[in-house]
Write a protein that binds this ligand. Structure first.
Ligand code: MN
Length: 502
Protein backbone atom coordinates (compact mmCIF):
# COMPACT_ATOMS: atom_id res chain seq x y z
CA UNK A 1 0.00 0.00 0.00
CA UNK A 2 1.19 3.43 -0.86
CA UNK A 3 2.27 5.43 2.15
CA UNK A 4 0.11 8.45 2.82
CA UNK A 5 1.81 11.78 3.01
CA UNK A 6 1.82 13.23 6.48
CA UNK A 7 0.45 16.70 7.08
CA UNK A 8 3.29 19.01 8.07
CA UNK A 9 3.23 22.43 9.66
CA UNK A 10 4.05 23.94 6.27
CA UNK A 11 0.85 22.51 4.78
CA UNK A 12 -1.25 24.27 7.40
CA UNK A 13 0.59 27.58 7.14
CA UNK A 14 0.23 27.47 3.36
CA UNK A 15 -3.52 26.95 3.68
CA UNK A 16 -3.98 30.10 5.79
CA UNK A 17 -6.18 32.79 4.33
CA UNK A 18 -6.31 36.53 4.71
CA UNK A 19 -2.60 37.45 4.85
CA UNK A 20 -1.71 35.75 8.13
CA UNK A 21 0.20 37.83 10.67
CA UNK A 22 3.35 36.55 12.35
CA UNK A 23 1.37 36.33 15.59
CA UNK A 24 -1.11 34.02 13.95
CA UNK A 25 1.59 31.79 12.47
CA UNK A 26 3.33 31.66 15.83
CA UNK A 27 0.37 30.35 17.83
CA UNK A 28 -0.33 27.74 15.14
CA UNK A 29 3.30 26.65 15.10
CA UNK A 30 3.40 26.33 18.88
CA UNK A 31 0.15 24.38 18.98
CA UNK A 32 1.36 22.10 16.19
CA UNK A 33 4.50 21.02 18.03
CA UNK A 34 2.77 20.93 21.41
CA UNK A 35 0.06 18.55 20.15
CA UNK A 36 2.57 16.46 18.20
CA UNK A 37 4.57 15.89 21.36
CA UNK A 38 1.47 15.21 23.46
CA UNK A 39 0.16 12.55 21.06
CA UNK A 40 3.58 10.96 20.48
CA UNK A 41 3.35 7.19 20.22
CA UNK A 42 -0.46 7.09 19.81
CA UNK A 43 -1.91 5.48 16.71
CA UNK A 44 -5.23 5.70 14.90
CA UNK A 45 -7.16 2.67 13.64
CA UNK A 46 -5.78 3.51 10.19
CA UNK A 47 -2.26 2.93 11.50
CA UNK A 48 -1.48 6.64 11.17
CA UNK A 49 0.03 8.60 14.02
CA UNK A 50 -2.81 9.93 16.12
CA UNK A 51 -1.42 13.40 15.71
CA UNK A 52 -2.23 13.26 12.00
CA UNK A 53 -5.92 13.48 12.94
CA UNK A 54 -5.24 16.68 14.89
CA UNK A 55 -3.12 18.05 12.05
CA UNK A 56 -5.84 17.27 9.50
CA UNK A 57 -8.42 19.04 11.69
CA UNK A 58 -6.17 22.09 11.89
CA UNK A 59 -5.65 22.08 8.14
CA UNK A 60 -9.39 21.96 7.40
CA UNK A 61 -9.89 24.93 9.75
CA UNK A 62 -7.15 26.84 7.95
CA UNK A 63 -8.73 26.05 4.59
CA UNK A 64 -12.10 27.45 5.55
CA UNK A 65 -10.42 30.60 6.78
CA UNK A 66 -10.59 30.33 10.57
CA UNK A 67 -8.37 32.46 12.82
CA UNK A 68 -5.15 31.47 14.58
CA UNK A 69 -6.63 30.65 17.96
CA UNK A 70 -9.31 28.44 16.44
CA UNK A 71 -6.75 26.56 14.35
CA UNK A 72 -4.57 26.16 17.45
CA UNK A 73 -7.56 24.82 19.38
CA UNK A 74 -8.24 22.45 16.47
CA UNK A 75 -4.70 21.11 16.68
CA UNK A 76 -5.09 20.67 20.43
CA UNK A 77 -8.67 19.39 20.39
CA UNK A 78 -7.95 15.82 21.51
CA UNK A 79 -5.06 16.62 23.84
CA UNK A 80 -7.16 17.07 26.97
CA UNK A 81 -9.16 13.90 26.39
CA UNK A 82 -6.46 11.52 25.18
CA UNK A 83 -3.10 12.57 26.62
CA UNK A 84 -1.42 13.41 29.89
CA UNK A 85 -1.61 17.11 29.17
CA UNK A 86 -4.07 19.02 31.36
CA UNK A 87 -6.23 22.03 30.61
CA UNK A 88 -4.11 24.01 33.09
CA UNK A 89 -1.04 23.48 30.93
CA UNK A 90 -2.93 24.56 27.83
CA UNK A 91 -4.16 27.59 29.72
CA UNK A 92 -0.65 28.56 30.71
CA UNK A 93 0.76 28.14 27.25
CA UNK A 94 -2.10 29.27 25.02
CA UNK A 95 -4.34 31.40 27.21
CA UNK A 96 -8.03 31.22 28.20
CA UNK A 97 -9.63 31.46 24.77
CA UNK A 98 -7.88 28.45 23.26
CA UNK A 99 -8.44 26.53 26.50
CA UNK A 100 -12.13 27.38 26.45
CA UNK A 101 -12.41 25.99 22.92
CA UNK A 102 -10.46 22.80 23.66
CA UNK A 103 -12.61 22.22 26.73
CA UNK A 104 -15.74 22.91 24.69
CA UNK A 105 -14.81 20.36 22.02
CA UNK A 106 -14.04 17.74 24.68
CA UNK A 107 -17.37 18.32 26.43
CA UNK A 108 -19.25 18.25 23.17
CA UNK A 109 -17.67 14.91 22.34
CA UNK A 110 -19.23 13.43 25.46
CA UNK A 111 -22.80 14.15 24.49
CA UNK A 112 -24.52 11.01 23.37
CA UNK A 113 -26.25 11.88 20.14
CA UNK A 114 -28.77 9.15 20.54
CA UNK A 115 -30.68 8.70 17.34
CA UNK A 116 -34.38 9.10 16.83
CA UNK A 117 -36.58 8.89 13.81
CA UNK A 118 -38.74 11.84 14.66
CA UNK A 119 -37.60 14.99 12.92
CA UNK A 120 -38.77 17.01 15.91
CA UNK A 121 -36.38 15.19 18.21
CA UNK A 122 -33.51 15.29 15.75
CA UNK A 123 -34.03 19.02 15.58
CA UNK A 124 -33.80 19.22 19.36
CA UNK A 125 -30.63 17.17 19.21
CA UNK A 126 -29.10 19.71 16.85
CA UNK A 127 -30.18 22.51 19.15
CA UNK A 128 -28.74 20.78 22.16
CA UNK A 129 -25.49 20.25 20.34
CA UNK A 130 -25.28 23.95 19.59
CA UNK A 131 -26.37 24.96 23.07
CA UNK A 132 -23.69 22.86 24.68
CA UNK A 133 -21.02 24.09 22.30
CA UNK A 134 -21.57 27.56 23.75
CA UNK A 135 -19.33 29.10 21.07
CA UNK A 136 -19.64 28.93 17.29
CA UNK A 137 -15.94 28.28 16.91
CA UNK A 138 -16.29 25.12 19.01
CA UNK A 139 -18.98 23.90 16.60
CA UNK A 140 -16.75 24.60 13.61
CA UNK A 141 -13.83 22.71 15.17
CA UNK A 142 -16.18 19.82 15.82
CA UNK A 143 -17.28 19.88 12.17
CA UNK A 144 -13.66 19.77 10.99
CA UNK A 145 -12.95 16.94 13.44
CA UNK A 146 -15.97 15.03 12.13
CA UNK A 147 -15.00 15.62 8.52
CA UNK A 148 -11.62 14.01 9.06
CA UNK A 149 -13.19 11.14 11.00
CA UNK A 150 -15.55 10.57 8.09
CA UNK A 151 -12.64 10.63 5.65
CA UNK A 152 -11.01 7.84 7.63
CA UNK A 153 -14.19 5.92 8.50
CA UNK A 154 -13.20 2.91 6.40
CA UNK A 155 -10.86 1.75 9.18
CA UNK A 156 -13.66 1.32 11.70
CA UNK A 157 -15.90 -1.73 12.18
CA UNK A 158 -19.04 -1.75 10.02
CA UNK A 159 -21.43 -1.26 12.96
CA UNK A 160 -19.63 1.89 13.99
CA UNK A 161 -19.45 3.13 10.42
CA UNK A 162 -23.23 3.05 10.16
CA UNK A 163 -23.83 4.76 13.46
CA UNK A 164 -21.32 7.52 12.81
CA UNK A 165 -22.48 8.06 9.23
CA UNK A 166 -26.07 8.32 10.39
CA UNK A 167 -25.20 10.81 13.08
CA UNK A 168 -23.24 12.83 10.53
CA UNK A 169 -26.13 12.92 8.09
CA UNK A 170 -28.70 13.86 10.72
CA UNK A 171 -26.80 16.22 12.96
CA UNK A 172 -23.50 17.43 11.54
CA UNK A 173 -24.34 18.02 7.88
CA UNK A 174 -27.48 20.06 8.71
CA UNK A 175 -25.50 22.13 11.20
CA UNK A 176 -22.81 22.80 8.58
CA UNK A 177 -25.59 23.77 6.21
CA UNK A 178 -27.13 26.20 8.65
CA UNK A 179 -23.82 27.79 9.35
CA UNK A 180 -23.63 28.15 5.58
CA UNK A 181 -20.46 26.09 5.22
CA UNK A 182 -21.47 24.45 1.94
CA UNK A 183 -18.06 22.95 1.33
CA UNK A 184 -18.11 20.92 4.55
CA UNK A 185 -21.81 20.11 4.26
CA UNK A 186 -21.41 18.49 0.84
CA UNK A 187 -18.39 16.45 1.89
CA UNK A 188 -20.13 15.24 5.03
CA UNK A 189 -23.21 14.26 3.05
CA UNK A 190 -21.30 12.44 0.32
CA UNK A 191 -19.21 10.51 2.83
CA UNK A 192 -22.26 9.56 4.92
CA UNK A 193 -24.17 8.57 1.80
CA UNK A 194 -21.39 6.15 0.91
CA UNK A 195 -21.73 4.29 4.21
CA UNK A 196 -25.49 4.54 4.68
CA UNK A 197 -26.64 3.51 1.22
CA UNK A 198 -23.69 2.06 -0.60
CA UNK A 199 -25.79 0.60 -3.38
CA UNK A 200 -27.31 3.90 -4.45
CA UNK A 201 -24.05 5.70 -3.81
CA UNK A 202 -22.33 3.48 -6.35
CA UNK A 203 -25.25 3.75 -8.73
CA UNK A 204 -25.19 7.54 -8.72
CA UNK A 205 -21.43 7.61 -8.92
CA UNK A 206 -21.65 5.35 -11.92
CA UNK A 207 -24.31 7.42 -13.69
CA UNK A 208 -22.37 10.58 -13.10
CA UNK A 209 -18.89 9.39 -13.98
CA UNK A 210 -20.12 7.81 -17.20
CA UNK A 211 -21.26 11.14 -18.52
CA UNK A 212 -18.55 13.14 -16.83
CA UNK A 213 -15.99 13.40 -19.61
CA UNK A 214 -18.47 14.48 -22.19
CA UNK A 215 -20.09 17.00 -19.84
CA UNK A 216 -16.71 18.40 -18.87
CA UNK A 217 -15.87 19.01 -22.51
CA UNK A 218 -19.13 20.85 -23.03
CA UNK A 219 -18.84 22.93 -19.86
CA UNK A 220 -15.29 23.96 -20.76
CA UNK A 221 -16.49 25.13 -24.12
CA UNK A 222 -19.47 26.96 -22.62
CA UNK A 223 -17.13 28.69 -20.17
CA UNK A 224 -15.00 29.99 -23.03
CA UNK A 225 -18.02 31.36 -24.88
CA UNK A 226 -19.70 32.88 -21.83
CA UNK A 227 -16.50 34.57 -20.75
CA UNK A 228 -16.08 36.10 -24.18
CA UNK A 229 -19.66 37.39 -24.19
CA UNK A 230 -19.45 38.82 -20.69
CA UNK A 231 -16.19 40.59 -21.35
CA UNK A 232 -17.51 41.97 -24.59
CA UNK A 233 -20.36 43.39 -22.50
CA UNK A 234 -17.89 45.15 -20.23
CA UNK A 235 -18.18 42.81 -17.24
CA UNK A 236 -15.08 42.22 -15.18
CA UNK A 237 -15.17 38.46 -14.69
CA UNK A 238 -13.13 37.64 -11.60
CA UNK A 239 -13.54 33.93 -12.08
CA UNK A 240 -15.61 31.56 -14.15
CA UNK A 241 -15.57 27.85 -13.45
CA UNK A 242 -17.59 24.68 -13.73
CA UNK A 243 -19.15 23.27 -10.60
CA UNK A 244 -20.03 19.64 -10.22
CA UNK A 245 -23.06 18.78 -8.14
CA UNK A 246 -22.24 16.67 -5.11
CA UNK A 247 -23.15 12.99 -5.27
CA UNK A 248 -25.72 13.20 -2.51
CA UNK A 249 -27.58 16.17 -3.92
CA UNK A 250 -27.45 14.56 -7.38
CA UNK A 251 -29.06 11.51 -5.82
CA UNK A 252 -31.79 13.60 -4.18
CA UNK A 253 -32.50 15.14 -7.58
CA UNK A 254 -32.33 11.86 -9.48
CA UNK A 255 -34.87 10.33 -7.10
CA UNK A 256 -37.33 13.05 -8.05
CA UNK A 257 -36.83 12.33 -11.75
CA UNK A 258 -37.02 8.54 -11.89
CA UNK A 259 -33.23 8.28 -11.86
CA UNK A 260 -33.19 9.80 -15.34
CA UNK A 261 -30.03 11.83 -15.66
CA UNK A 262 -31.27 13.62 -18.76
CA UNK A 263 -33.95 15.36 -16.76
CA UNK A 264 -31.50 17.01 -14.42
CA UNK A 265 -30.35 20.35 -15.72
CA UNK A 266 -27.96 21.41 -13.02
CA UNK A 267 -25.72 18.37 -12.83
CA UNK A 268 -23.03 20.63 -14.10
CA UNK A 269 -23.24 24.36 -13.90
CA UNK A 270 -21.11 27.31 -14.81
CA UNK A 271 -20.36 29.69 -12.02
CA UNK A 272 -19.54 33.30 -12.75
CA UNK A 273 -17.87 35.42 -10.07
CA UNK A 274 -18.05 39.20 -10.47
CA UNK A 275 -17.10 42.12 -8.19
CA UNK A 276 -20.38 43.85 -7.29
CA UNK A 277 -24.08 43.04 -6.94
CA UNK A 278 -24.88 45.36 -9.87
CA UNK A 279 -22.48 43.31 -12.01
CA UNK A 280 -24.49 40.17 -11.21
CA UNK A 281 -27.66 41.62 -12.72
CA UNK A 282 -25.80 43.07 -15.66
CA UNK A 283 -24.15 39.73 -16.33
CA UNK A 284 -27.55 38.04 -16.13
CA UNK A 285 -28.86 40.44 -18.78
CA UNK A 286 -25.97 39.69 -21.08
CA UNK A 287 -26.36 35.94 -20.67
CA UNK A 288 -30.11 36.15 -21.37
CA UNK A 289 -29.64 38.37 -24.42
CA UNK A 290 -27.34 35.80 -25.93
CA UNK A 291 -29.00 32.59 -24.74
CA UNK A 292 -32.68 32.01 -24.27
CA UNK A 293 -33.53 31.35 -20.60
CA UNK A 294 -35.77 28.49 -19.59
CA UNK A 295 -39.12 29.60 -18.22
CA UNK A 296 -39.48 29.40 -14.45
CA UNK A 297 -35.84 28.64 -13.82
CA UNK A 298 -34.54 32.07 -12.89
CA UNK A 299 -33.91 32.24 -9.18
CA UNK A 300 -32.81 35.46 -7.57
CA UNK A 301 -31.31 34.43 -4.26
CA UNK A 302 -29.61 37.82 -4.06
CA UNK A 303 -32.87 39.65 -3.44
CA UNK A 304 -34.36 36.66 -1.63
CA UNK A 305 -31.55 34.76 0.10
CA UNK A 306 -32.08 31.20 1.23
CA UNK A 307 -32.75 30.82 4.96
CA UNK A 308 -29.10 29.97 5.63
CA UNK A 309 -28.07 33.21 3.95
CA UNK A 310 -27.06 31.73 0.60
CA UNK A 311 -26.97 34.36 -2.14
CA UNK A 312 -26.57 33.94 -5.89
CA UNK A 313 -28.54 34.27 -9.10
CA UNK A 314 -29.35 30.98 -10.81
CA UNK A 315 -30.66 30.69 -14.32
CA UNK A 316 -31.01 27.82 -16.73
CA UNK A 317 -30.35 28.67 -20.35
CA UNK A 318 -30.28 27.03 -23.73
CA UNK A 319 -26.54 27.47 -23.96
CA UNK A 320 -24.05 26.90 -26.76
CA UNK A 321 -25.28 24.20 -29.19
CA UNK A 322 -28.74 24.71 -27.71
CA UNK A 323 -27.93 22.49 -24.76
CA UNK A 324 -29.47 23.15 -21.37
CA UNK A 325 -27.05 24.64 -18.87
CA UNK A 326 -27.35 26.21 -15.44
CA UNK A 327 -25.48 29.43 -14.81
CA UNK A 328 -24.86 30.78 -11.30
CA UNK A 329 -23.81 34.38 -10.87
CA UNK A 330 -22.53 35.88 -7.62
CA UNK A 331 -20.04 38.28 -6.11
CA UNK A 332 -16.70 37.21 -4.66
CA UNK A 333 -18.01 37.73 -1.17
CA UNK A 334 -21.17 35.71 -1.80
CA UNK A 335 -19.03 32.96 -3.24
CA UNK A 336 -16.79 32.89 -0.24
CA UNK A 337 -19.77 32.84 2.10
CA UNK A 338 -21.39 30.02 0.18
CA UNK A 339 -18.27 27.89 0.53
CA UNK A 340 -17.12 28.82 4.00
CA UNK A 341 -20.24 30.27 5.60
CA UNK A 342 -19.76 32.05 8.84
CA UNK A 343 -16.01 31.56 8.56
CA UNK A 344 -15.94 33.66 5.41
CA UNK A 345 -16.13 36.92 7.20
CA UNK A 346 -12.47 36.75 8.15
CA UNK A 347 -11.60 36.85 4.52
CA UNK A 348 -13.85 39.78 3.78
CA UNK A 349 -14.14 41.43 7.13
CA UNK A 350 -12.82 44.71 5.79
CA UNK A 351 -15.71 44.92 3.38
CA UNK A 352 -18.38 44.10 5.90
CA UNK A 353 -19.25 47.70 6.56
CA UNK A 354 -20.53 48.08 3.05
CA UNK A 355 -22.87 45.17 3.43
CA UNK A 356 -26.33 45.83 4.68
CA UNK A 357 -26.98 42.82 6.81
CA UNK A 358 -29.76 44.64 8.58
CA UNK A 359 -31.71 45.12 5.36
CA UNK A 360 -31.01 41.54 4.59
CA UNK A 361 -32.31 40.36 7.94
CA UNK A 362 -35.36 42.56 7.64
CA UNK A 363 -36.15 41.10 4.26
CA UNK A 364 -35.97 37.62 5.67
CA UNK A 365 -38.19 38.60 8.54
CA UNK A 366 -40.89 39.65 6.14
CA UNK A 367 -40.85 36.20 4.69
CA UNK A 368 -41.41 34.91 8.19
CA UNK A 369 -38.94 32.09 7.77
CA UNK A 370 -37.21 33.40 10.80
CA UNK A 371 -39.43 32.23 13.55
CA UNK A 372 -38.05 28.80 13.08
CA UNK A 373 -34.57 29.90 12.15
CA UNK A 374 -34.12 32.59 14.71
CA UNK A 375 -30.65 31.50 15.47
CA UNK A 376 -29.52 31.83 11.88
CA UNK A 377 -30.57 35.43 12.13
CA UNK A 378 -28.65 35.69 15.34
CA UNK A 379 -25.56 34.37 13.62
CA UNK A 380 -25.99 36.94 10.91
CA UNK A 381 -26.24 39.67 13.46
CA UNK A 382 -23.07 38.47 15.09
CA UNK A 383 -21.33 38.44 11.79
CA UNK A 384 -22.41 42.00 11.39
CA UNK A 385 -21.17 43.06 14.78
CA UNK A 386 -17.90 41.27 14.39
CA UNK A 387 -17.34 42.70 10.97
CA UNK A 388 -17.46 46.10 12.55
CA UNK A 389 -15.02 45.13 15.26
CA UNK A 390 -11.89 43.07 15.05
CA UNK A 391 -11.45 40.94 11.97
CA UNK A 392 -8.94 38.56 13.50
CA UNK A 393 -11.21 36.35 15.57
CA UNK A 394 -14.82 36.05 16.59
CA UNK A 395 -14.68 37.11 20.14
CA UNK A 396 -17.89 36.65 22.01
CA UNK A 397 -19.38 34.30 19.50
CA UNK A 398 -21.32 32.68 22.25
CA UNK A 399 -24.39 30.73 21.50
CA UNK A 400 -26.47 32.89 23.78
CA UNK A 401 -29.81 32.28 22.21
CA UNK A 402 -29.91 28.99 24.03
CA UNK A 403 -28.70 30.56 27.24
CA UNK A 404 -32.02 30.09 28.97
CA UNK A 405 -32.59 26.61 27.66
CA UNK A 406 -31.75 23.21 28.99
CA UNK A 407 -32.19 19.90 27.24
CA UNK A 408 -33.16 16.71 29.01
CA UNK A 409 -33.54 13.17 27.74
CA UNK A 410 -36.44 10.78 28.17
CA UNK A 411 -35.46 7.17 28.95
CA UNK A 412 -36.13 6.47 25.27
CA UNK A 413 -33.48 8.98 24.27
CA UNK A 414 -35.83 11.68 23.05
CA UNK A 415 -34.90 15.21 23.95
CA UNK A 416 -37.14 17.69 25.70
CA UNK A 417 -36.33 21.37 25.33
CA UNK A 418 -37.01 23.22 28.62
CA UNK A 419 -36.37 26.62 30.15
CA UNK A 420 -33.66 26.99 32.75
CA UNK A 421 -34.58 25.80 36.27
CA UNK A 422 -37.33 23.60 34.89
CA UNK A 423 -38.44 20.72 37.11
CA UNK A 424 -39.60 17.13 36.59
CA UNK A 425 -43.19 18.46 36.69
CA UNK A 426 -42.41 20.69 33.69
CA UNK A 427 -40.76 17.75 32.01
CA UNK A 428 -43.79 15.54 32.64
CA UNK A 429 -46.23 18.11 31.22
CA UNK A 430 -43.96 18.57 28.20
CA UNK A 431 -44.44 14.89 27.45
CA UNK A 432 -48.21 14.77 27.99
CA UNK A 433 -50.73 16.43 30.28
CA UNK A 434 -51.76 13.06 31.68
CA UNK A 435 -48.18 12.26 32.57
CA UNK A 436 -48.04 15.63 34.31
CA UNK A 437 -51.28 15.11 36.21
CA UNK A 438 -50.19 11.75 37.57
CA UNK A 439 -46.55 12.44 38.45
CA UNK A 440 -45.60 11.29 41.96
CA UNK A 441 -41.82 11.37 41.74
CA UNK A 442 -38.88 11.39 39.37
CA UNK A 443 -35.40 10.07 38.76
CA UNK A 444 -32.58 12.12 37.30
CA UNK A 445 -29.85 9.94 35.81
CA UNK A 446 -31.23 7.04 37.80
CA UNK A 447 -31.33 8.80 41.18
CA UNK A 448 -34.53 9.74 42.99
CA UNK A 449 -35.14 13.48 43.03
CA UNK A 450 -37.99 15.64 44.36
CA UNK A 451 -40.58 16.89 41.85
CA UNK A 452 -39.29 20.45 42.27
CA UNK A 453 -35.72 19.41 41.43
CA UNK A 454 -33.88 21.71 39.03
CA UNK A 455 -33.04 19.64 35.97
CA UNK A 456 -29.48 19.98 34.67
CA UNK A 457 -28.58 20.12 31.01
CA UNK A 458 -28.22 16.68 29.46
CA UNK A 459 -29.81 14.71 32.30
CA UNK A 460 -32.01 11.73 31.65
CA UNK A 461 -35.31 12.16 33.47
CA UNK A 462 -37.63 9.34 34.32
CA UNK A 463 -41.10 10.37 35.46
CA UNK A 464 -42.74 8.15 38.07
CA UNK A 465 -46.50 8.18 37.83
CA UNK A 466 -49.37 6.72 39.79
CA UNK A 467 -52.51 5.71 37.94
CA UNK A 468 -54.70 6.69 40.88
CA UNK A 469 -53.46 10.23 40.84
CA UNK A 470 -55.30 12.47 38.39
CA UNK A 471 -55.33 15.85 40.04
CA UNK A 472 -52.24 18.02 40.14
CA UNK A 473 -50.99 19.51 43.37
CA UNK A 474 -51.73 23.28 43.55
CA UNK A 475 -48.34 23.78 45.20
CA UNK A 476 -46.67 22.86 41.90
CA UNK A 477 -47.70 26.26 40.57
CA UNK A 478 -45.13 27.77 42.93
CA UNK A 479 -42.18 26.21 41.15
CA UNK A 480 -43.07 25.15 37.60
CA UNK A 481 -41.34 27.15 34.87
CA UNK A 482 -43.15 26.36 31.63
CA UNK A 483 -46.40 28.03 30.72
CA UNK A 484 -47.53 24.68 29.41
CA UNK A 485 -47.29 23.15 32.88
CA UNK A 486 -48.89 26.19 34.49
CA UNK A 487 -51.91 26.29 32.22
CA UNK A 488 -52.40 22.52 32.32
CA UNK A 489 -52.31 22.50 36.11
CA UNK A 490 -54.77 25.40 36.38
CA UNK A 491 -57.11 23.85 33.85
CA UNK A 492 -57.06 20.53 35.62
CA UNK A 493 -57.66 22.13 39.03
CA UNK A 494 -60.57 24.12 37.65
CA UNK A 495 -62.11 21.04 36.14
CA UNK A 496 -61.77 19.30 39.46
CA UNK A 497 -63.43 22.21 41.32
CA UNK A 498 -66.39 22.14 38.96
CA UNK A 499 -66.76 18.43 39.49
CA UNK A 500 -66.83 18.92 43.26
CA UNK A 501 -69.39 21.74 43.26
CA UNK A 502 -71.67 19.94 40.92
MN1 MN B 1 -10.96 14.30 17.23
Amino acid sequence: MEAKKNIELEDILKALKNHPSEKRKKIITEAFYFAQKAHAGQKRMSGDDYFQHAAATGKILAEIGMGGKTIAAGLLHDVDEDTEVTLDEIQQKFGPEVTFMVDGVTKLGKIKLRGSHEEYFIENLRKMFLAMAADIRVVIIKLADRLHNMQTLEYLPVEKQKRIANETMEIFAPIANRLGIGEIKSQLQDLSFKYLDNENYNLVKDIITKSYKERKKYVDEAIRELKKELEKGGIHVINIHGRAKSLFSSYEKLKKYDMNINRIYDLSAVRVIVPQIADCYEALGIVHRKYRPMVGRIKDYISLPKPNGYQSIHTTIFGPEGRILEVQIRTTQMHSEAEFGIAAHWIYSDKMKKRTWKDFIFKQKKESVLKELKWVKQLREWQNEIGLNDGEFMEGLRIDFFKNHIFAFTPMGDIIDLPEEATPVDFAYAIHSEVGNSIVGAKADGKMVPVDFQIQNGQMIEVLTCKKRHVPNPDWLKFVKTSMAKSSIRRELRKNEEKKTR
